[in-house]
Design a protein around this ligand. Structure first.
Ligand code: NAD
Length: 436
């Protein structure tokens, strides 16, 4: 099939590449000329495990091309995917300006039947808005479909190639048939393609992310209670997670969720609910718990240093909002860094993939170094903000030798408290005993 993907960020590039991988001809469109130039030259613009190999192969085979020109990009395509940003507006609602701008442009451009498929996360009713905006200028037939994307950054290729489910919101039989054929190679193992109306599909995405964010915040509160009551959150987690109704995943406490999706999607759903006159109390609580949780370690670090962090050298391991991505949008590490800088601490940090993105935000305010051991050289304390695999089994002896103080504040519960005690570290984590 001939496909256009408009917006070539995390979702668009993965979507375009994976559709090309199953033999489709894909043109990715983006307004960012520099990005398009790099991609056209075979240079990948995001870090996503497994993506580069597929990207290069499909580009070489001529199935994956890039352009800044929307009209050229969609000319040959039957399917036009929108993978455009929907960032939070001032009031927390999703900003649909990019989606509606492209919809308006498409209305003027298309001259024969197309299916416009919204992959961006958008509030209920957006498909109808897109339909209206396009229809204002368009005289040919088209269908607007909601097809929310559930991929996880860091596992995006795997998630896209083998999705747990594909949700397709449309009442058009014609669109249903074409999209069933498109997705057939991705669900060969029998995972469902679930057809529904557009509104339900749009809400499904927000409900999924908000539920997961709630699960995280719930565990973070259980962890706080564990500390207060002398329980161990790892034990409680395993105790409840083995109940199939609860499940083992998303039960790890930490320093809060971040990224480009959970924070904005929870906010947007709360706003959508408000617009209907409904107060979504659980999600209001989830948002405020998460904001606090991002800074959970700060008072503890301050207490350890008697409220004086001036010129203390604090090292950070991990900057990305989660492992296996270079994405730092709403990353807890950035909130921690801001607080530590206010206290005039000196920060050195290492992340395997996210340092370029952090440099763009923080410039020279912190020292970004090229190895995890350089980061902790002469440091007064180490903060672990992202659970990259390479932080799990470090050379503890080497750490002890290079750190000024053997002090670790672990926001991701990467180590066993008892082991850290044996190794002579002062070690604080989330919801577990403090070893001093
Ligand atoms: N990142 C994720 O893990 C993820 C997962 C599921 C769903 N989503 C949703 O998918 C959507 C896209 O997210 P993302 O993370 O890929 O965003 P992104 O910011 O990485 O990418 C968006 C791209 O769209 C381009 N763009 C902006 N305006 C444009 C226009 N008018 N024409 C053409 N291109 C334009 C930007 O230059 C950018 O390259 C959002 O709604 C997001 O909520 C994201």
């Amino acid at each position: 099939m001939k496909i256009a993907v408009v917006g070539t960020g995390y979702v668009g590039l993965v979507t375009g590449t994976c559709f090309a991988e199953t033999g489709n001809t894909v043109t990715c469109v983006d307004i960012n000329a520099e990005k398009v130039k790099k991609l056209s030259n075979g240079e990948i613009t995001i870090y996503e495990p497994g993506l580069e190999k597929l990207f290069l192969r499909n580009q070489r085979e001529g199935r994956l091309t890039f352009t800044t020109n929307l009209a050229d990009g969609v000319k040959e395509s039957l399917l036009i995917f929108l993978a455009l940003p929907t960032p939070p507006g001032e009031d927390g609602s999703a900003d649909l300006s990019a989606v509606l701008k492209v919809a308006g442009d498409l209305g003027k451009i298309i001259t024969d039947y197309k299916i416009i498929i919204d992959k961006s996360t958008v509030p209920v009713g957006t498909a109808e808005k897109v339909q209206k905006v396009m229809g204002a200028n368009c005289h040919c037939e088209f269908d607007v479909v909601s097809n929310p994307e559930f991929l996880r950054e860091g596992l995006a290729v795997e998630d896209f190639m083998k999705p747990d489910r594909v949700v397709i919101g449309t009442n058009s039989e014609r669109a249903k048939k074409i999209l069933s054929d498109l997705y057939a190679p991705f669900v060969r193992q029998g995972n469902p393609v679930i057809f529904m109306d557009e509104r339900s599909a749009e809400l499904t995405k927000y409900a999924a992310n908000s539920f997961l964010a709630t699960k995280i915040s719930f565990m973070n509160e259980i962890a706080i209670l564990c500390e207060k009551l002398g329980a161990d959150v790892d034990m409680v987690r395993r105790g409840i997670g083995s109940d199939e109704r609860i499940g083992k995943r998303f039960l790890f406490p930490g320093i809060g969720y971040g990224g480009s999706c959970f924070p904005k999607d929870v906010r947007a759903l709360v706003k959508s609910a408000k617009e209907t006159g409904y107060d979504f109390k659980i999600l209001e609580a989830v948002m405020s718990i998460n904001e606090k949780q991002k800074l959970y370690l700060i008072p503890r670090i301050k207490k350890y240093f008697n409220n004086d962090l001036k010129n203390k050298k604090i090292a950070l391991w991990g900057l990305a909002f989660k492992p296996n991505t270079d994405d730092v949008r709403e990353a807890p590490a950035l909130s921690i860094i801001n607080e530590l800088l206010k206290e005039e601490a000196i920060i050195s940090a290492f992340d395997p993939e996210a340092m370029n993105n952090v440099k763009k935000i923080l410039g020279d305010k912190i020292n970004l170094v090229t190895s995890q051991y350089d980061a902790i050289k002469d440091c007064d304390a180490l903060v672990i903000a992202t659970e990259w695999s390479e932080f799990r089994t470090p050379d503890f002896e080497r750490m002890g030798l290079v750190m000024k103080n053997k002090v670790i504040f672990d926001g991701r519960n990467v180590y066993e408290p008892a082991r850290m005690k044996e190794l002579g570290f002062y070690y604080e984590s989330i919801g577990r005993a403090i070893n001093s």
